[in-house]
Every structure is written in structure tokens, then in C-alpha cells.
Write a new protein. Structure first.
Lengths: 353, 196
């Protein structure tokens, strides 16, 4: 049996799957650490101070030091809390956050010496987009149950606010994506990315779906509970919101889930609107695609931090009104426009295609 | 081989969760178990090559409906129900009878149904076939269902806002004169309540 056929043996498939998942998981975790550090440093510069710069060069080891320090803290469980649900909530939050990463293509098919062509994605299936939406919608439970089980009024208020906010903005988020689905005619993210290749970025969906992109971006920031939509953990009103009672590793899980959510949401925006791994020179050197993909994600993550340093927080009724009375109708109008143009002037859509 | 392992895994998980829904006394635990049932059901749909239905099962049932149920349980702070064995005692023979009938039905199906039908590869569960079916063959039922949902939506809104509407109407229509300070004003309080 030759080396090549051994590597391509059907029994090797689960092994490749596990290797792929491990690599993706580790890179996402490193990216989380990098984002945490970048957030503190960039916020520091925005606010005219330095930020953490003592541990390692430019503070690169700061997230790891913080990680160890938080792990060493006492793991408190409130006396009157519902113990099982109290433990279940952070688990659900972090599992659903990480589950979403398997459908994104990190790059095109790459020729690796000894292995042959390797597609840089973990799974590819028919309903990848719906899978992402489904996993996101289950993620609500992590926060809602955390708020309820802590037996603390601030936690409960945070959990309730968060459930209401996530349910409301999920609609706008899903509707904003429908424009892209109408254009590409598929729910497969890999296929959507491939359709956007070529022609110097003029095939990127952001050019055809500007309204959809803006609605998606705003809804995504609300979905990840970030400033200016961080009502569930508004510290001036609710101490720390749903994770007030969480300490040590359980707090870390929530913290991790929030940052993984930020990254997956950025990955979805990149794949659907900004052409995923497409960029100059990808056709000749496919490995460049990974760097383009990473660069686009980093742009979105920077945007998150930038917004946090710039904008004040919404009031809760403003948040609800904005979601239901502005974003939702806007997303519906976008669907209507896209469908009409698709049906009556299909040439307009394929002007550059 | 892999399929049957997955079937046993998720089928068992689904049955276990379904039993837990009934057996738990804390309503929130029942709700969580029900979410488990939905998720294992959707995994079963995946093994049956119906990815669209699997995804919609999670989005609609686990993601939307059960969130509302959990929300209500959390808001009302429903206590764990007390055991009322004495009042329910007469139901036990009925339950045994129904269980016997159910087992008999299952046995009949296992005996009577021909399992040697050749497997037909079809695209029943795919997004495309469902979309085409919904907007061509089954367009009328689809539209009627949409209108039904719209009516339910409007009805719920009307019920929720009735108190507000009633006060404004009673102020408009001149009945016996009520001095303004005696009019109950739930308006302000209610909006605050809604925007928790």
C-alpha cells in the first residue's frame, strides 16, 4: 500500500476530521486571547493611556497571565442557586459558541506536499447557514439560564433583558442574510464564498447588498452583547448582569463564549459579504486565502473594539424600538428589493458577473 | 453502521429526555429536557438525510418556542409542583391500558410492515425540494397558514394592549364623569413592565 492511498483511505476520514477540528479550535482560542489583549491595548490608546504592556513584549502574555489568575480564584456557587442549571448555563454558552466554527471555509483548496489537495474547511453541508442560525438561537439559553439560576435580581434582570434582546435581533440578523441567499441561490457557505471570487472584489456581496450588510452588522453587534448593545451586563445598572454570581472557570467560560461569538459573527460577515478568502493572487497562491480571511476577520474585530471605545450605551426601550421598528422593516425592504430585482431585472444583478 | 450507532445514541437520548419532561417536578427542568428532545430529534432528521428539517426543527422549536416557555417560567417563578398521588390514583389503570394498546400497536407494526422495500434515494428533505413544494403545489395551504399566524399575532397584540385601549376609549366616550385623578392609569406602569 502506497503512502498516498494510505492517506486517502476512507478510514482516515475521522482522523482528518479530528485534526482539522483541533487546528481550528486552537487557532480560534489563540485568536480569542489576541482579541482580549488587542481590546485592552486599543481601548487604552483610544482613551489616551497605555493599557497592559508589562507581561512579555507589548504585553503579549497578559491574556495568559489573566487566565491563570482567574483559574486560581475560588469557584463560588451561591447558596440558594439551582446548582445543576448554574453549572449547565456556562457550558451551553461556550459549546454553542464553539460549535458554529465548523462550517466556515478558512481558505480555498490548498496543495500540501505529501498530502495532496486539502480543502481548508471542516464540514460542508447543504444548510450551513441555517445551522449557524440554529446554533446561535440555542446559545440564548446559556445567558437566560445563568440569569435565572443565580437567584440574584441583577442576574435575573440581565438574563431577561438578554433573552429579549437576542430574540429580537436574531430576526433582523436572519432576514438580513436572506438577501445574500436570494442572490446566490444556496445556503452552503462554501459555495457562497466561491461565487464571490474573481474580478478584483467586484463580486463581493457587499456591493450588491449594502443594506443587508449594514443591518447584519448592527444586528450582529447586538447578538454578541457588545457596546452599544451591552444592556445584559450594563454595569451601571446591573452590577455585571447575568454573570454577576459567576467566578473562576465558569466566568472564564462566559468570557470565552462572548469572544468566540464575536469571532464567528465576524467570520460569517466575512464569508457572506466580503468574499471570504478571496483576494488578489489567491488563484495562483491559494495559501494566501487564509491570510485574507484572517485579515478580514481582524478588521471586524477591530471595528468591535473601536465601537466600544466610541459609543455610549443604548437605553433598553431605545434598543427594542430600534430593533423592531427600524432594523426589521429595513431588512424586509431589502428582501423585497432584492427579490424584485432578481425577478424582473436579472441583468442588473449579473452586471459584473 | 455509523448510522445505527447515531440512531441508538440520539434515539435513546430523545426518549430519556422525553421521560424526564414528564418525571421532573420543577417546570424549568422539564423545559430543559424538552429542548433536549428537540435537539435529539433534529439529529435524527440529519441521519435521515433531511438537513433542512433538522435545522428548522432547532431554529423554530428549540430556538424560538422553548425560549418563550423558559422566559415565562422564569418570569412567573413557577414553584415545583406538589405530588398529588391520591387524586390521580384512578388514572393508573387507564395508563396501564393505554400503554398495553401502544405496545400492541408497535408489535403489530413490527410484524406486519414489510421492511424489504428497496431504499429510494430522493431529495425530499433538501431545501430546494421543500421550497419548490411550498411555493407551487402547496401555495394555498402555505398562504392560509401565514394568514393564520398573522391573525394570532394581531390577536395577541390586541389582548396585551386591551387595558391601554380600554382606558383611552373610556376617556373618549362620555360616560358618567370620572375626575381625571381617579382614572386608573396603567399605561406608564405597563410600558415599564414590558420593557424589562
Amino acid at each position: 500500500m502506497s503512502w498516498d492511498s494510505l492517506l486517502n483511505h476512507p478510514l482516515m476520514h475521522p482522523v482528518w476530521l479530528i485534526i482539522g477540528i483541533t487546528i481550528a479550535f486552537l487557532s480560534i482560542m489563540l485568536l480569542v486571547a489576541a482579541t482580549v489583549l488587542a481590546e485592552r491595548r486599543v481601548l487604552g490608546f483610544i482613551q489616551g493611556r497605555l493599557g497592559p504592556n508589562r507581561v512579555g513584549y507589548f504585553g503579549v502574555l497578559q491574556p495568559f497571565a489573566d487566565f491563570i489568575k482567574t483559574m486560581m480564584k475560588e469557584d463560588l456557587v451561591p447558596d440558594q442557586s439551582t446548582k445543576f442549571v448554574f453549572l449547565l448555563a456556562p457550558t451551553v454558552a461556550v459549546i454553542t459558541a464553539i460549535m458554529a466554527i465548523i462550517v466556515y471555509p478558512f481558505g480555498p483548496t490548498v496543495n500540501i506536499p505529501l498530502l495532496g489537495p486539502v480543502p481548508l474547511r471542516i464540514a460542508r453541508f447543504d444548510v450551513a447557514l441555517l445551522y449557524v442560525l440554529g446554533v446561535t438561537s440555542v446559545g440564548v439559553y446559556g445567558i437566560a439560564l445563568a440569569g435565572w439560576s443565580s437567584n440574584n435580581k441583577y442576574s435575573l434582570m440581565g438574563g431577561l433583558r438578554s433573552s429579549a434582546q437576542l430574540i429580537s435581533y436574531e430576526l433582523a440578523l436572519g432576514l438580513a442574510l436572506i438577501g445574500v441567499v436570494l442572490m446566490s441561490g444556496t445556503l452552503d457557505i462554501y459555495e457562497i464564498v466561491q461565487q464571490q471570487s474573481g474580478f478584483f472584489g467586484l463580486h463581493w456581496n457587499i456591493i450588491y447588498q449594502p443594506i443587508g450588510f449594514i443591518v447584519y452588522l448592527i444586528a450582529a453587534i447586538a447578538e454578541t452583547n457588545r457596546v452599544p448593545f451591552d444592556l445584559p451586563e450594563a454595569e451601571t445598572e446591573l452590577v455585571a448582569g447575568f454573570h454577576t454570581e459567576y467566578s473562576s472557570i465558569k466566568f472564564l467560560l462566559f468570557f470565552n463564549a462572548e469572544y468566540v461569538n464575536m469571532i464567528t459573527v465576524s467570520m460569517l460577515a466575512t464569508s457572506l459579504f466580503l468574499g471570504g478568502w478571496n483576494g488578489p493572487g489567491v488563484a495562483t497562491f491559494p495559501i494566501l486565502g487564509v491570510f485574507y480571511f484572517a485579515a478580514k476577520i481582524l478588521f471586524f474585530l477591530f471595528l468591535y473594539i473601536w465601537l466600544r471605545g466610541t459609543l455610549p450605551r443604548f437605553r433598553f426601550d431605545q434598543l427594542m424600538n430600534f430593533g423592531w421598528k427600524f432594523l426589521m422593516p429595513l431588512a424586509l425592504i431589502n428582501i423585497f428589493l432584492t427579490a424584485t430585482i432578481q425577478a424582473y431585472w436579472p441583468d442588473l444583478m449579473s452586471l459584473f458577473r | 453502521m455509523v448510522n445505527s450507532i447515531l440512531f441508538i445514541l440520539f434515539g435513546g437520548l430523545g426518549i430519556g429526555c422525553a421521560l424526564a419532561v414528564v418525571a421532573q417536578r420543577n417546570p424549568l427542568y422539564s423545559a430543559i429536557s424538552l429542548i433536549g428532545v428537540f435537539i435529539s430529534l433534529s439529529s435524527l432528521y440529519l441521519t435521515l438525510a433531511a438537513p433542512f428539517i433538522a435545522a428548522v426543527q432547532v431554529i423554530v422549536y428549540a430556538g424560538a418556542i422553548m425560549v418563550l416557555v423558559v422566559f415565562v417560567i422564569m418570569l412567573l417563578n413557577v414553584e415545583a409542583e406538589e405530588r398529588r398521588r391520591a387524586r390521580m390514583a384512578f388514572l393508573i389503570p387507564v395508563a396501564v391500558l393505554l400503554a398495553a394498546i401502544f405496545i400492541g400497536e408497535v408489535a403489530f407494526i413490527l410484524k406486519a410492515v414489510n421492511f424489504d422495500v428497496p431504499l429510494v434515494t430522493s431529495d425530499v428533505g433538501t431545501t430546494k425540494s421543500i421550497g419548490i413544494g411550498l411555493f407551487t403545489t402547496y401555495l394555498l395551504p402555505f398562504e392560509i397558514t401565514s394568514i393564520l399566524l398573522l391573525m394570532a399575532l394581531v390577536g395577541a397584540m390586541t389582548l396585551a394592549r386591551r387595558a391601554v385601549i380600554l382606558t383611552s376609549v373610556s376617556r373618549l366616550m362620555s360616560g358618567p364623569y370620572v375626575p381625571p385623578e381617579e382614572i386608573e392609569e396603567p399605561l406608564v406602569e405597563r410600558t415599564e413592565e414590558r420593557s424589562l
